[in-house]
Design a protein around this ligand. Structure first.
Ligand code: PEP
Length: 259
């Protein structure tokens, strides 16, 4: 029995205005009277971070951002630094999401820079890793994930790795309605934990939370979230409906709290 607190993160992507975000929060709080031992974070678009952050401060829910730039401030039009995210109450930041890699030229190098910036500004990175369908079909799943882990965790202190959240998101399962089977998810999650154990140490590997992401819905959540090395979910599309999202949270196993 693990003592990692299950963690469910809503990734709203480019959805919801400020009024939509606040309406969601009211509906979720109404639907889910208690969160139990599950930690929950919401990653709205940048424009809703401040207002949602003010509201979430009165709730058990945490605030997360969807990206962070690596410089602290200056002439970087359109970018947001970790200090700014911290300023509006963010605790977590999603880094290296496959949509960023696919549409915005994110690479393992830029992911690594963003991770270091997040840690510098005391944000916890939710680092996304995952293979595309051609990579899986060519039996390259582990080669890809290992490369992403190596680059993402390069020159990071062990005390920081411990706080990391890693999200395994097979690219072919994101927004496609196609989910990895619980066995496929558990296989990759346990390989990630073994890798952490060999490349960091056993205690660190035991503490790092590894989330699964890719078309998680209330109807498949229990099967996936109860796998031994799955510590929660990164939920995109299904996190836009407060009732569906609450039902996913209810599927997370209750484990003893320690994170
Ligand atoms: C995501 O955006 O991280 C994600 C997993 O999306 P979806 O749940 O819609 O597949």
């Amino acid at each position: 029995m693990t003592n990692r607190t299950p963690f469910i993160v809503a990734n709203w992507k480019m959805n919801f205005t400020v009024p939509d975000a606040l309406k969601f929060e009211t509906a979720l709080t109404h639907e889910l009277k208690a969160t139990g031992e599950v930690e929950i974070a919401i990653a709205p678009p940048f424009t809703a971070l401040y207002s949602l952050g003010v509201t979430l401060a009165e709730t058990p829910y945490k605030l997360a951002a969807q990206n962070v730039f690596w410089e602290e401030s200056g002439a970087y039009t359109g970018e947001i630094s970790g200090a700014f995210l911290k300023d509006v109450g963010c605790e977590y930041v999603i880094i290296g999401h496959s949509e960023r890699r696919q549409y915005f030229g994110e690479t393992d190098e830029t992911v690594s820079k963003r991770i270091r910036a997040a840690l510098r500004d005391e944000l916890v990175p939710v680092m996304c890793v995952g293979e595309t369908l051609p990579e899986r079909e060519a039996n390259k799943t582990w080669t890809i994930i290992e490369r992403q882990l190596k680059m993402g965790l390069a020159s990071i202190f062990l005390k920081d790795v411990e706080r990391f959240v890693i999200a395994y998101e097979p690219v072919w399962a994101i927004g496609t309605g196609r989910t990895a089977s619980s066995a496929q998810a558990e296989e990759v999650h346990s390989m990630i934990r073994d890798w952490l154990s060999k490349n960091c140490d056993g205690a660190t590997a035991e503490r790092v939370r590894i989330l699964y992401g890719g078309s998680v819905k209330a109807k498949n959540a229990r099967e996936i979230l109860t796998q031994p090395n799955v510590d929660g979910g990164l939920v995109g599309g299904a996190s836009l409906d407060p009732i569906e999202f609450a039902n996913i949270i209810r599927c997370a196993p209750q484990r003893s709290q320690s994170n």
